[in-house]
Design a protein around this ligand. Structure first.
Ligand code: MN
Length: 128
């Protein structure tokens, strides 16, 4: 069975492109356009992995990650930050928030798929 990926992204063009690429790679994709919706979908659907945009309206992706990693039913879901930030301090903030990795924007979609596959393979044991 193919893995389910939750994409939390407020930019419609990025959302459409990432969804197309992920679906083409065989994943089931769930979409949320803000953090509040993303958190709700994560609890409801328990996706295998979350791609989390950091710059979101309202609650940002780092705070959403902190909340998901502080809750028992979502703590084990790998979260990959999607970020336009490139500074070293930002990488530290992203990892400190609980993200399992990050992909810098604008990103190469082959790299994105490779990172997703890698994290899903590593997380298999955590998801019965
Ligand atoms: Mn954004």
């Amino acid at each position: 069975m193919s893995a389910t990926i939750l994409l939390v992204e407020d930019n419609p063009a990025n959302r459409k492109l990432a969804t197309t690429v992920l679906e083409h790679a065989g994943y089931r994709v769930l979409i949320a356009d803000d953090a509040t919706t993303g958190i709700a979908v994560a609890h409801q659907e328990r996706p295998d992995l979350i791609l989390m945009d950091i710059q979101l309206p309202g609650i940002d992706g780092l705070e959403a990650t902190r909340r998901l990693k502080a809750t028992e039913d979502t703590v084990a879901i790998p979260i990959v930050a999607l970020t336009a930030f490139a500074m070293k301090g930002d990488e530290e903030r992203i990892l400190a928030a609980g993200c399992d990795g990050y992909i810098a924007k604008p990103f190469d979609y082959k790299i994105m798929i490779a990172r997703v596959a890698e994290l899903l393979a590593g997380a298999t044991g955590d998801h019965p």
